[in-house]
Design a protein around this ligand. Structure first.
Ligand code: UDX
Length: 422
């Protein structure tokens, strides 16, 4: 098939590159010229394991442009993958989605064939039908379902393993309103053997939010239980190991520690809260998921102060700045909350991260960035914030370590050791 992908962030680039690997011709669109140049030079514009290889291998099938009209002209299907950031009040910002809808509408005006628009951007239930579809219809002067197709196909890709997640999905969810769009997407996803859920557009949109909210809820639950365990001298990991042997409880996402960060969980749970409140309901559980998560990194400071009551002038090492290992992404990283607090306490912060240093420096130019993890171990106390694999190989003997991610080597060897929930 001939496919356009609008938006070259994580979702767009991974989706397009993987569709290229399946043998489709893909045209990427983005307003950022650097991203366009990267793809046209057969490289990935973002850091994601496996992506560079896929793009260079399939470069003859992949191209990129800044012009939506140019991309749509030659393709049958368009994946809308632009970002949906948060407004200051936690509600979702639809500016990019709206303007992409308008650009698609303008392009469709000039196209005679039946083109299918697939919304992959994470948007709240109702957005495709109430915002994107009207934007396309009014610009194109065409009717959805009759003259062009519209559907929703949320993604469930994790950063760091997005390529693998694309090829091995647990399920594929497709919201549709016309049979032609359904048939095209059935065809496109025919090589995948996982369950495929065909439903209405609003339900498909809701599945994405409820998936993320459920996973985020598991983490906050694990942290609340973890805090109780810590207070009672119990190891939360031992508790969950046994609890999760119940077949009704899947063991994933019960790792207690510092809580969740990243581009999805915090943003999507807040957006869902804001949407539910708009409808006059009170999402009590979801609000607690966020409250527990915001308080969790500060548990680490409490534990640190048990051993170093005055942080003013103390040299504090921070191991890990990315929101999770194998990414350079620091969005909503727990390290941000922690470093902010350490600066307020006038500590002398020295940090290390194998990939996220430059992104973090842009936010916090005033702290030190060590070349190696070993340099950080020279500090008066070390906080482990991200579970990078290499942190399992460090020598923690004679060190004071507060561990937010359960690094076994530190747990075994540190002279003074505190786990956040164990
Ligand atoms: C997540 C979802 O997993 C993915 O399906 C969705 O489409 C986008 O959001 P991602 O943000 O890339 O993916 O990372 P993920 O691996 O899910 O981790 C999110 C955060 O939760 C990280 O900060 C991680 O450290 C934290 N986490 C995860 C825990 O604290 N405990 C756990 O048990 C699991």
């Amino acid at each position: 098939m001939k496919i356009s992908v609008i938006g070259c962030g994580y979702v767009g680039v991974v989706t397009g590159a993987c569709l290229g690997e399946l043998g489709h011709d893909v045209v990427f669109v983005d307003i950022d010229k650097r991203k366009i140049e990267a793809i046209n030079s057969a490289g990935s514009p973002i850091f994601e394991p496996g992506l560079n290889k896929l793009i260079s291998k399939n470069h003859h099938r992949l191209s990129a442009t800044t012009l939506v009209a140019e991309a749509l002209e030659d393709t049958d299907i368009t994946f809308l993958c632009v970002g949906t950031p948060s407004n200051d009040d936690g509600s979702i910002n639809l500016d990019y989605v709206r303007s992409a809808g308008t650009d698609i509408g303008k392009a469709l005006k000039e196209i005679n064939s039946f083109h299918v628009v697939v919304v992959k951007s994470t948007v709240l239930p109702g957005t495709t039908e109430e915002v994107i579809k009207p934007a396309i219809e009014s610009e194109s002067r065409k009717k959805a379902s009759r003259e062009f197709g519209i559907s929703s196909n949320p993604e469930f890709l994790r950063e760091g393993s997005a390529v693998e997640d694309f090829f091995k999905p647990d399920r594929i969810v497709i919201g549709f309103e016309d049979e032609r769009s359904k048939a095209l997407l059935e065809d496109l996803y025919a090589p995948f053997e996982c369950p495929k859920i065909f439903t209405d557009i609003k339900t498909a949109e809701m599945v994405k939010y409820v998936s993320n909210a459920s996973l985020a809820m598991k983490i906050s639950f694990a942290n609340e239980i973890g805090n109780m365990c810590k207070a009672m001298g119990i190891d939360a990991y031992e508790v969950f190991r046994a609890v999760c042997m119940d077949r009704r409880i899947n063991p994933a996402f019960f790792r207690s520690g510092l809580g969740f960060g990243g581009s999805c969980f915090p943003k999507d749970v807040r957006a869902l809260i804001s949407k539910i409140e708009e409808t006059g309901l009170n999402p009590r559980i979801l609000k607690s998921v966020i409250d527990v998560n915001e308080a969790q990194p500060l548990k680490m400071i409490e534990l640190l102060k048990k051993h170093l009551p005055n942080l003013k002038g103390a040299k504090i090492g921070v191991l890990g700045l990315a929101f999770k290992p194998d990414t350079e992404d620091i969005r909503e990283s727990r390290a941000i909350v922690l470093v902010k607090r350490l600066i307020e306490e006038e500590a002398d912060v020295i940090s290390y991260d194998p990939a996220a240093k430059d992104n973090f420096r842009a936010l916090f130019p005033g702290i030190s960035y060590a070349k190696t993890a070993d340099d950080v171990l020279e500090a008066d106390a070390v906080l482990i914030v991200t579970e990078w694999k290499e942190f399992e190989d460090l020598d923690y003997r004679e060190k004071l370590v507060i561990d937010g991610r359960r690094i076994e080597r530190a747990r075994r060897d540190a002279a003074v050791y505190e786990g956040v929930c164990w």
